[in-house]
Design a protein around this ligand. Sequence first.
Ligand SMILES: [Zn+2]
Length: 401
Amino acid sequence: MKKGQTCLLHVLFLVFLTGAAINLPAQSMARVHEKAIVVDTHNDCLTGLVLEGKDLATRLNTGHSDLYRWKKGGLDLQFFSVWTDKMPRNKEGFFQDALQEIDSLHRIILRNPDRMTTGDSFREIKRRAHKDKLVSLIGVEGGHMIENDLAKLDSLYALGMKYLTLTWNNSTDWASSAMDETLHPERLKQKGLTPFGKQVVERLNELGVMVDLSHVGEQTFYDAIAVSKKPVILSHSSVWSICPVFRNVKDDQIRAVANNGGVICINFYSGFISREYDQVQKTLLLEKEKFMLSLAGVPVPDSLYSMKKWEYKYDSIMNATRPSLEQLVDHIDYIVKLVGDRYVGIGSDYDGVGSVPVGLEDVTTYPKITEELIHRGYSNKSIKRILGGNVLRVMKANFSR
Ligand SMILES: [Zn+2]
C-alpha cells in the first residue's frame, strides 16, 4: 500500500470514529427518550385557548406549545392546567371559569382525534400513553374554583379533574397559599388548612384525585400531607436550597414528600431555577418603580417613549440572565441526592411563565433533559423514572380505577 493510500485510509478511519463519537450519544439519547413515558404535569396553554382563541392544532409562532411541537419533544402525557385569576373572569364566578377551560380542552381533543386522546382509569391512561397520541389530562390549579363547595369538587372530578392544586397564589377560605404565608401574612384569615380544608383533602383521596401541593404555604403543605392517605404531587415546584423563593420547596418538605411516596415536578421558570435571575429581576423592578415615579409630570408621549426604552433594556438584561439547561438539571440532581430518584419529575409550567432556561425554549426540548441526564451518568432506569415513571406511580396510587 502506498503512503498516500495509508494516509487516506487513516483519515477515513478517523472520520468514521469522530462520526461515531458524535452520533452515538445522540442515538442513545433518542432511544432512551423514546422508550420512556414522558410526562409533564403542568402546562398553562388552555388560558390562551380561552382568552386568545389560540388553536393548538396549528404550528404557533408564539407561546411554548402546540401539537406539532409536543410530538417533536416526544411528550406522551400532558396535564393541562385549568386556571383562573384571583378575580373571576365570568360573572357567574370561578367555577364557571374552570368549566370554560375544561370545555376548551375537550373541544381540542374532539377536533384532533388522530393526535390527542384522554383517559379515565390508570390502566386506560397507561395503555394510551405510549402510542402516537398526546394523552391529555386535567389538573385544576387553585381551590378557589370549587367555591367552598364539595359538590363542585365532585363535578370537576366527573369532568376529568386528575389533580387539584389546593391554592394558587391566592389563599382560599380553607387553605393558605405560599405567597400569602411568606409575602402577605396580613391577608391571611388563617394559616394552614381549616377543618373544611381537611375535608377537601379527604374527598380528593376518596375520589382518586391527586392532591397537588405546589403553590401552597408551608403550613398548608404539612397539614395536607398529614391528612392525605395517598401520595401527593407538586405539579410545578423547584428546589428552595438552590433558589430560595416562596414557590420552591425546602429540604424538609422534599423529605416529607419522599416519606409520603409523592413526587416533585420541577418548574422551568427562570426565576425559580436561578437565584441570580430572581435577584436581578427584583433589583430591576425596584428601579422600574423609581423610574416610573420620575416620569410624573412628563408629557404622555415622552413618558411612553421612555417607558418603552426602559422595557427594552429590562428585557435584554433579563434575557441575558436566563439560567442554563444544566442549572435546571441541578434541581433534579439535588432531589435525587437528597432522597433518591423516585420522587422527582417534570412540571414545566410552559405557557404560564415568561422566561425559561436557555435551551428549553419550548415543548420540543424535553430530549435535552434526557441528554443531560445521560451526560451526568444517570442509568436508563433512573431517567425513565424522572421523565415520567414517578408521576405514573403516584397516579396509580391515587386513581380509584
Ligand atoms: Zn402555577
